[in-house]
Design a protein around this ligand. Structure first.
Ligand code: SAM
Length: 253
């Protein structure tokens, strides 16, 4: 579908939340693409899936695992890379931990609040992009202004330590504009985004892939029993060190 057709169609249905959602989802799922990472960033391990799968294959020949613990969960790349192998082996329980509260709550929301996240995203696009501008494909200048609004909303929530559906969805949306140095995760757990847009193609990633990212990972997480922890790794280790049939993934910073 051409951009002008998408713009006109979405503008016409933007008066109705339900209709807008249906049309938007119909449009994005007509574009086929694989989602491999929730947020692509430098430390992600999905790119090492071949090596991780080889190691798992060797280890699982001599051991029977029922639990997988990821002490430094990050964007979940290691789990994504190993998910098929873990399921095939019969691992049902997944315990994940990250010292950063925003990161761990984002994964928790993806698993448990998929619909609320998708709704929040769609309402943001409808109310802050399509209604005021009459189209989806706005200019880069307007997108910079839109990004500033999202960054500000994210900071307001982060300042209040509110790590729920809104913060988690904004985190994924803003990370579409991510490359080295743009998003910074500080030691105290504070996440910073720049206001700038560095590559206009990232706009399409935000618009067309956010829901797909949430859907792909929500589906994956719901194949397992998952527990989420937001502690320092050593505390997690202390808590679960005696657990039998457990494979630990320790991918430190
Ligand atoms: C290299 S990343 C993990 C990448 C992940 N395996 C992936 O593929 O997406 C490291 C993560 O460890 C977290 N982290 C840093 N120090 C930690 C600590 N002391 N305990 C637990 N998590 C920590 C960071 O917040 C970051 O998300």
């Amino acid at each position: 579908m051409k951009n002008t057709k998408i713009d006109n169609t979405l503008n016409q249905v933007s008066y109705s939340k339900t209709l807008f959602s249906k049309v938007f989802i119909f449009i994005i799922y007509r574009i086929p693409n694989m989602i491999n990472s929730l947020i692509s960033y430098m430390g992600g391990k999905f790119k090492m899936r071949k090596e991780l799968q080889e190691v798992f294959q060797i280890l699982s020949q001599k051991n029977t695992y029922t639990t997988f613990i990821d002490g430094f969960f990050g964007m979940g790349g290691s789990l994504k890379a190993l998910s098929d192998a873990l399921l095939k082996h019969g691992v049902k329980k997944i315990i994940v931990n990250d010292i950063n509260p925003c990161i761990i709550n984002m994964h928790k929301c993806i698993r448990n609040n998929r619909d609320e996240m998708v709704n929040y995203f769609l309402e943001t696009i409808r109310k802050d992009v399509v209604i005021p501008h009459g189209k989806l494909h706005i200019s880069v200048e307007d997108f910079i202004e839109f990004k500033k609004i999202l960054v500000q909303r994210f900071y307001t929530l982060q300042d209040k330590r509110e790590y729920g559906v809104e913060t988690s969805t904004l985190f994924i949306m803003l990370s579409a504009f991510n490359f080295s140095g743009v998003v910074t995760f500080k030691k105290d757990g504070i996440i910073n985004f720049s206001n700038a847009i560095y590559d206009h193609k990232d706009i399409n990633d935000l618009l067309f892939n956010t829901i797909k990212r949430i859907d792909t990972f929500s589906e994956l997480y719901n194949k397992f029993d998952m527990e989420f922890y937001n502690t320092d790794y050593f505390q997690l280790h202390h808590r679960f060190k005696g657990l039998k049939n457990t494979l630990w993934n320790i991918d430190t910073v």
